[in-house]
Design a protein around this ligand. Structure first.
Ligand code: KG4
Ligand code: ZN
Length: 314
């Protein structure tokens, strides 16, 4: 079975082809460079860039052959990201997927982006239930519990900012550029032995919910105070201690959830799952840990194809 998938929910335009559980081809065009100068994604600009980028991907697709045959003769299903995401961006993917499905007379599947992130860890791999998944991205931070296939419950989520969003905001405050995650993670890797303290760990009523705005405010207040007093701002120290806090906070929450739900395996997914510190911490939590390959951590169409495969396979 061959699945063609489109992802366009945020600022990455991506096409992928999966044959059963084997990736055949993927191409992603990212808009990071364009949004960089604004310090975050501008939705209106993102939709316009998707239109431009999706046409570039269609050009590539036209020349693509599978086993020397036109790809759309070979495709069994077309999948696209239906929700959640930026409305204008999602619509670009939807229109193209619908047009292709109608022209080539293929069945179409509109899928959930967050479920796609979950399956990013199962590309080329099979899964067994129950599964506990920590999904951390620029827009979402949540703990998902899959008791069986197609049955998932969100047992905890952020009450305010998403983890990636906080990384981006703190990086902006420290003049480290956008996106903030990779830069702060690099600083952390170089300084973790030097700076081992952390900011205070937040508490929430539901022990599996998250709240990141307190950590964000603590860092921002610290920088403002130092600036006001004309004192030196040690960017490496603040960034490292911020990441120490995130790692410790996620670790504490996950330990509690693993105790309660006793999963067969645990999964880390979403753009922030590229974080080296968080990945290392995660590996020590359970004997069965699934991490997406780096190329499948940020938004991509292969994870949507993998999810589609799970939905339609017998
Ligand atoms: O899942 P994603 O590609 O986009 C959506 O939010 O849907 O995630 C992007 C987020 C950004 O906030 C970025 O700063 C963060 O993932 N990120 C990281 C790292 N790489 C990307 N955060 C922490 N450490 C990283 N190494
Ligand atoms: Zn995402």
């Amino acid at each position: 079975m061959k699945i063609f998938a489109i992802e366009s929910s945020h600022d990455d335009t991506s096409f992928a082809i999966l044959e059963n559980n084997n990736p055949l081809w993927m191409k992603t065009i990212t808009q990071t460079e364009i949004h960089k100068k604004y310090g975050g994604t501008i939705p209106e600009l993102a939709s316009r860039m998707h239109v431009k980028n999706i046409l570039l991907l269609i050009e590539e697709l036209k020349n693509l052959k599978i086993d020397n045959k036109e790809i759309f003769k070979e495709i069994d299903y077309i999948a696209y990201t239906k929700e959640p995401g930026l409305v204008g961006s999602l619509q670009v993917g939807y229109v193209i997927a619908q047009s292709m499905a109608q022209i080539y007379k293929k069945p179409i599947l509109g899928l959930n982006h967050l479920e796609g992130h979950f399956y990013s860890a199962f590309i080329k791999k099979e899964l067994e239930f129950p599964v506990l998944c920590l999904l951390i991205s620029g827009g979402h931070s949540q703990l998902m519990h899959y008791s069986k296939k197609d049955e998932f419950e969100i047992i905890g989520e952020t009450l305010d900012d998403a983890v990636g969003e906080v990384y981006d905001k703190i990086a902006r405050k420290l003049n480290l550029g956008f996106p903030g995650g990779p830069v702060i993670d690099k600083i952390w890797q170089e300084n973790r032995d030097l700076y081992t303290s952390h900011f205070s760990i937040p508490k929430t009523e539901n022990e599996f919910d998250f709240s990141f705005s307190g950590i964000k405010t603590a860092v921002i207040n610290l920088v403002n105070n130092l600036r006001q007093k004309n004192q030196e701002i040690n960017v490496n120290k603040i960034a490292t201690e911020f990441q120490n806090t995130v790692i410790l906070y996620l670790q504490n929450t996950l330990k509690k959830a693993i105790n309660k739900f006793n999963p067969s395996l645990i999964v880390l997914a979403g753009g922030v799952s590229a974080n080296v510190g968080i990945r290392n911490m995660f590996l020590g939590l359970h004997k069965n840990v699934y991490l997406p390959e780096m190329q499948y951590t940020t938004d991509n169409a292969m994870m949507i194809a993998r999810l589609a495969y799970e939905k339609v396979r017998k």
